[in-house]
Design a protein around this ligand. Structure first.
Ligand code: PEP
Ligand code: MN
Length: 340
């Protein structure tokens, strides 16, 4: 259920509606919008009757929410959510290109690549300090030392930082250093981690699980939102299919579908979707063409010696060209809205 308050409703009226919801052992979520203030309700098992709220002062309308994911759905909020990091926006008119190496390896590597990317105009830098690897024998990341180096990158370049938390323990540490907390594909179903990330107020970049349906993906985001954190950025990063010529299969269908069903911004990660830098380039272009809010892409100045994901990491020059191409594609794809 979504309760729409009158544009001129008072704080007291809003509080009274929230009290009524709490008295029923349910949770109110205030969802401010540009043209209306709404209150989403979660915790109910069955449908709620509009009669319970429609006569309360300040209430204009009660709208049943038909989707299982509520707070992240367009039914509850029609305007796009824009994540704003001191004026650096994800989900707005402009596309956002997040770039950096798969992993923070050492100081020399991270300072070198971050310098190059900052000069190219990158605003948000990625780099894993804790790496969830398929093999326990593969490079696992340099941990907190890596986060400290990322903080140095921010201090020296002004770029914002995104890095992955792989469990509840690392979430607390990662949150201390980064501007955006990444929750990786393998953890999309880790509901205790999602809840904990929801209790923080830092933006969360949530990647789609390897075999997650659209509904499961949005329900994972709902876990974060239901704890009060609406600063969520979705990321399609390829799913498992029978196709075996690429690392994963990039599900381009998902982008317009998510745009229609949810107000959250969605990025595409063409690096993990393909596993091969030659394919990363066309798929990155495709992602912007189908309406993604940006991309998350791996770039390394020496991919041949990268400690993880070298084959899919772009060379800086390739990346520079790609950025120019994406700007042009975005001029076309973002001039048209109308997801509904
Ligand atoms: C990553 O972005 O570094 C990563 C491990 O991605 P994913 O969770 O999508 O595999
Ligand atoms: Mn990687």
């Amino acid at each position: 259920m979504l309760i729409i308050m009158h544009i001129n409703s008072t704080e007291n009226q809003l509080e009274a509606v929230k009290q009524r919801i709490r008295a029923m052992n349910l949770t109110p979520h205030v969802i401010p919008g540009q043209t209306r203030c709404a209150i989403g309700i979660t915790g109910n098992k069955g449908t709620l009757s509009p009669d319970l709220f429609k006569n309360l002062p300040g209430v204009v309308q009660c709208i049943p929410v038909t989707k299982p994911y509520k707070l992240v759905s367009r039914e509850v909020r029609q305007e796009d959510t824009i994540i704003d990091l001191d004026g650096i926006k994800i989900g707005g008119k402009e596309i956002m290109i997040i770039a950096g190496p798969c992993a923070v390896e050492n100081e020399e590597q991270i300072m070198l690549i971050s310098q190059k990317l900052a000069e190219m105009g990158v605003k948000i830098f990625r780099g894993g300090a804790y790496k969830p690897r398929t093999s326990p024998y593969s490079f696992q990341g340099i941990g907190e030392k890596g986060l400290k180096l990322l903080a140095k990158v921010r201090a020296e370049t002004g770029m914002k930082i995104v890095s992955e938390a792989i469990d509840n323990e690392t979430l607390t540490i990662v949150a201390e250093y980064v501007d955006i907390i990444q929750i990786g594909a393998r953890n999309m179903y880790n509901y205790s981690l999602l809840k904990k990330a929801g209790q923080l107020r830092k933006p969360v970049l949530l990647k789609r699980g390897l075999s997650a349906t659209l509904e499961e993906f949005l329900m994972a985001a709902e876990y974060i939102a239901s704890e009060g954190n609406f600063n969520i950025i979705l990321c399609e990063r390829g799913i498992r299919t029978f196709s075996d010529y690429s690392r994963n299969t990039l599900d381009m269908n998902l982008i317009p579908a998510i745009k229609r069903l949810s107000h959250l911004p969605i990025l595409v990660d063409p690096s993990h979707a393909t596993g091969d830098r030659k394919t990363v380039l066309p798929l990155a272009r495709g992602a912007i063409a189908v309406g993604a809010d940006g991309i998350l892409v791996e770039v390394h100045h020496e991919p041949e010696v990268a400690l993880s994901d070298g084959p899919q990491s772009l060379y800086p020059l390739q990346f520079k060209q790609l950025m120019k191409q994406l700007e042009k594609i975005a001029l076309v794809s973002r001039s048209e809205t109308g997801y509904f």
